[in-house]
Write a protein that binds this ligand. Structure first.
Ligand code: AMP
Length: 225
């Protein structure tokens, strides 16, 4: 059985989460978001959540050892046997090296969703999430039909604590310093497909699918609709 590991790179607010949900569904892969895993630990009051909290609140990256333990535990589960989609991981070279060792000969498919820094603050500060199902909205660009209410499940919408103008600056600095170097890291291995994240979400999705099909040509991995 061929195994696919898909990695979405991109700055905070580039649209990784929105695309990850759709791509995971279309490709039949579990969507693994380290940010979501940390938020679930925070909400559940776990020891891991307590250790991650201050880093997350300040927009800093959580230390690699905490992230790696949590992520590897998650991808060891049975639903990840045939592959998985990573959203928000890896974010440092140490994380990428650890993943590479774990994947052995498997070369991940890597997509970089590109959005200029000048657009990021507006995208993040206007972002709202559904408390119940995690659906992502934007007050201007993809507003819910009814203010404060999720279209999909009628759950209440909220603003993430780190989605503020003050925290965005630190998150962007962390991204440029620690995560952006992964574009070269993966370019030197299996390659990276760049997708313009300023396009409408449907077009970003189509571009992602096209680049996955391009990178899987000959590998036998199909895209199921
Ligand atoms: P996200 O939901 O992907 O924007 O992640 C929210 C926050 O969780 C980040 O700002 C970090 O504090 C933390 N986090 C998520 N994924 C990672 C990761 N791979 N490495 C370090 N910190 C992470």
């Amino acid at each position: 059985m061929s195994r696919t590991v898909l990695i979405l790179l991109g700055a905070p607010g580039a649209g990784k989460g929105t695309q990850a949900v759709r791509l995971a569904q279309t490709l039949g892969l579990p969507h693994i978001s380290t940010g979501d895993l940390f938020r679930a630990n925070l909400a559940g009051g776990t020891d891991l959540g307590d250790r991650a909290r201050s880093f997350m609140d300040q927009g800093e990256l959580v230390p690699d050892e905490l992230v790696l333990e949590m992520l590897f535990d998650r991808v060891s589960q049975e639903d990840c046997l045939a592959g998985y989609l990573l959203d928000g991981f890896p974010r440092t070279t140490a994380q990428a090296v650890a993943l590479e060792a774990r994947l052995e000969n498997l070369v991940p498919t890597v997509i970089d969703i590109q959005v200029p820094d000048s657009d990021i603050e507006e995208r993040i500060v206007g972002r709202r999430m559904c408390k119940d199902c995690g659906a992502i909205y934007h007050l201007t660009f993809s507003a819910p039909a009814q203010e404060g209410t999720c279209n999909a499940c009628s759950g209440p919408l909220y603003q993430r604590k780190d989605d503020t103008a003050a925290v965005v600056r630190t998150r962007l600095e962390e991204y440029h310093q620690k995560t952006a170097p992964l574009i070269s890291f993966y370019s030197e291995r299996g390659g990276v497909s760049a997708v313009d994240g300023r396009l409408k979400p449907d077009l970003v999705f189509e571009a992602c699918i096209a680049s996955i099909q391009g990178s899987n040509q000959g590998s036998g991995h199909g895209v199921n609709n």
